[in-house]
Design a protein around this ligand. Structure first.
Ligand SMILES: Nc1ncnc2c1ncn2[C@@H]1O[C@H](COP(=O)(O)OP(=O)(O)OP(=O)(O)O)[C@@H](O)[C@H]1O
Ligand SMILES: [Mg+2]
Length: 453
């Protein structure tokens, strides 16, 4: 009950549904009571009219009420249809068809007109009429019977309410839900968004009551977008600015290496050159990440996956040869995707670079492509240690590197891959190349195909 109260306070939709339902129930109850009372009264009035009609009929036709021959027949008559008609006489004469076939011992004297009379503990509605010949006719009916009949006909007037109220309640609940559907659809759309998708929410389908709120959210999204862009621009500018002095340092170190120096100095210089190289690679990755996270609309074209694979392998073959890694493209399948080519190139290059870098010497790296239900799936598998299930979420975070690797790296490669995948609307799945032995990394990149291949 407490939970329901909490929800009722929190949910506008529930509040509206409950308020409307209660209003319907109260209106229906009041209308029901009114209709019942009116119908009950009307039924009694009709019954009085019937008594009057019976009395008039007897008077006009000069009928004589008679006692039934067969008493049991009278007993079999329906209780509801029983109306007693008898003459009233101021002495012993009170003849006619009485209650259950006998004359009713009506208390005398009775005035002309309608009245409710108690006869031997039972209540009767009696109409007394004096004919022009001076005879007095009494037409009577049991009050209980009249009430029963009136009650049944009054209850019948409640039937429309009993059917309409549940229908109305269902209708109101579904209408309220429908009214809130644009808001539910909007929140689902915002939930589906990637963190970089900061474009304004669509205000067209929203009710005007929610528009000020949607406007405020859009203004906030705009501010967040501008601040993130400024942050990325700063990172990109900083990385760019740092590149020139690093290149100059690298050239100076190269020149210094050509001069005569002691073995110790040579060793120190090699360490220094390694550091400079690592910094250059970090700056390149930072620039690539800043670029991947910028929501600029780059020109797209139809790109062949085999072509991308070949170009990436050309770039990374020297690294693979140094480590004696057997890297190659599996099968001759090709597929086309509609993307910004440099984006896809950077994505694949980072994945293949990882595969070669983290696979021990003498290992194997396979690249393949297949189409699956309207999607093109790029797969990069290696025979290295793979990434443990517990690490799989975190490896996409910037600067995160798993422990125990002796490879040089900045921890930005997979963040770049994720940022580009978000931009392309692609899905990344990582698993083991060999599920049984729990080793080797297998990365699937699922991209919308441009046409059924
Ligand atoms: N194929 C792989 N096999 C095993 N571990 C991997 C593989 N690819 C990535 N990893 C792990 O995930 C971590 C993050 O990879 P990521 O590419 O983001 O960074 P990095 O390779 O360390 O640096 P960068 O790519 O920026 O030079 C790596 O440090 C590595 O431990
Ligand atoms: Mg990497």
């Amino acid at each position: 009950m407490d939970g329901f109260k909490k929800r009722l306070n929190a949910s506008l939709q529930l509040k509206l549904s409950v308020a409307l339902s209660l209003t319907i129930l109260v209106v229906a109850a009041v209308a029901g009571v009114f209709s019942f009372v009116t119908a009950f009264k009307q039924a009694h009035e009709l019954q009085d009219v019937t008594l009057q009609q019976v009395a008039t009929l007897f008077d006009r036709q000069h009928l004589v009420p008679s006692l039934p021959q067969n008493d049991s027949l009278a007993r079999r008559n329906y209780r509801e249809t029983r109306v007693v008609v008898q003459f009233l006489s101021e002495g012993a004469r009170a003849v006619g068809q009485g209650h259950m076939g006998a004359v009713l011992p009506l208390p005398l004297p009775l005035a002309d007109g309608l009245q409710t009379v108690d006869v031997e503990g039972e209540s009767f509605r009696v109409l007394v009429k004096t004919t022009p010949l001076g005879e007095r006719i009494a037409v009577a009916q049991e009050t209980d019977v009249r009430d029963d009949i009136a009650e049944i006909s009054a209850l019948r007037t409640l039937m429309p309410f009993l059917i309409l109220v549940p229908v109305l309640l269902l209708l109101v609940t579904s209408l309220v839900r429908q009214m809130f559907r644009p808001i539910a659809a909007l929140s689902a759309e915002v939930d589906r968004r990637a963190e970089t998708a900061l474009h304004p929410i669509m205000e067209d389908a929203l009710p005007i009551e929610v528009l000020p709120f949607a406007g405020a959210i859009n203004r906030l999204l705009g501010r967040v977008e501008r601040s993130m862009q400024a942050q990325r621009r700063f990172v990109a500018d900083a990385a760019h600015e740092l590149r020139s002095p690093l290149t100059a340092m690298s050239l100076q170190a190269e020149r210094l290496a050509e001069t005569d120096m002691s073995d110790l100095a040579h060793e120190r210089l090699t360490t220094l050159r390694c550091g400079i190289e690592r910094s250059r690679s970090l700056l390149d990755q930072l620039l690539a990440l800043a670029k991947a996270q910028t929501a600029l609309d780059h020109p797209k074209s139809s790109v062949s996956i085999q072509n991308i694979y070949r170009r990436v392998l050309e770039d990374l073959m020297p690294l693979a040869e140094v480590k004696q890694i057997d890297v190659g493209i599996e099968g001759s399948n090709d597929a086309q995707v509609w993307v910004h080519e440099p984006d896809l190139m950077t994505l694949v290059k980072n994945l293949v670079d990882n595969a070669i870098r983290y696979t021990p010497a003498g290992g194997k790296v396979d690249l393949s492509v297949r189409t699956e239900g309207g999607h093109v799936v790029l797969q990069i598998r290696d025979s290295g240690p793979g990434i443990q299930i517990t690490e799989r979420e975190r490896v996409f975070d910037p600067f995160y590197r798993t422990l125990g690797t002796d490879q040089m790296g900045s921890g930005l490669g997979l963040s770049i891959v994720k940022a580009i995948a978000n931009r392309l609307g692609a899905e990344i799945q990582i698993g083991f190349a060999d599920e049984e032995k729990q080793c080797g990394l297998c990365v699937d990149v699922r991209i919308q195909a441009i046409e059924p291949v």
